[in-house]
Design a protein around this ligand. Structure first.
Ligand code: ADP
Length: 162
């Protein structure tokens, strides 16, 4: 049985993330989405909100679970009894960091493989930060996030602008 962990901030989840999730569920027996609860960063959505949005938009996948974690990714991966870490690569700029992380994690735990998924071309420019910025200035984010997430971002931004 191959279990993969797909870690990230998901602040918020976008169609780029969903593309990677959709492709991962076809390959692995189980996909655990690891939502990083980083105490040193102030996200737009707290981790409960990010988990709830991810659970909603992945509810049709029977082999997906959404779990939060703190601390080292490799410790979380071992705790989940996963054998693979999935990450997405959008551009060469992502590659250097991802390679470094993959090699560090391999050193820390040789049994865990990192698999880097090349983003689908239509999402190669898409990031959560772009979506947040667009939404803040009331731009149209319809092409980038599911409607459920879109409504959550717009209402969050409305609060922020008050
Ligand atoms: P992090 O803060 O760990 O980079 P993100 O939530 O931004 O977390 O991203 C989680 C993972 O999803 C990363 O591997 C990232 O490269 C990937 N990712 C983000 N946006 C896209 C996208 N548009 N297409 C493919 N992969 C993406």
């Amino acid at each position: 049985m191959i279990t993969a962990v797909y870690p990230g901030s998901f602040d918020p989840v976008t169609y780029g993330h969903l593309d990677i999730i959709q492709r991962s569920v076809e390959i692995f027996d189980k996909v655990i989405i690891g939502v990083l609860n980083n105490q040193t960063k102030t996200p737009l959505f707290d981790f409960e909100e990010r988990v709830e949005m991810l659970q909603t938009v992945t509810q049709d996948f029977p082999n997906v679970e959404v779990v939060t974690f703190q601390g080292l990714l490799i410790d979380f991966t071992k705790k989940m009894h996963a054998n693979v870490i999935v990450r997405g690569i959008r551009a060469v700029s992502d590659f250097e960091y991802e390679l470094m992380m993959a090699q560090t994690n391999k050193q820390l735990c040789p049994e865990v493989e990192t698999m880097l998924f090349a983003t689908s071309a239509e999402y190669s420019f898409l990031s959560s930060s772009t979506v947040r910025e667009l939404a803040y200035f009331q731009g149209d984010i319809t092409p980038f996030v599911p409607d459920y997430v879109k409504e959550k971002i717009y209402s969050k931004m409305k609060e922020k602008r008050k």
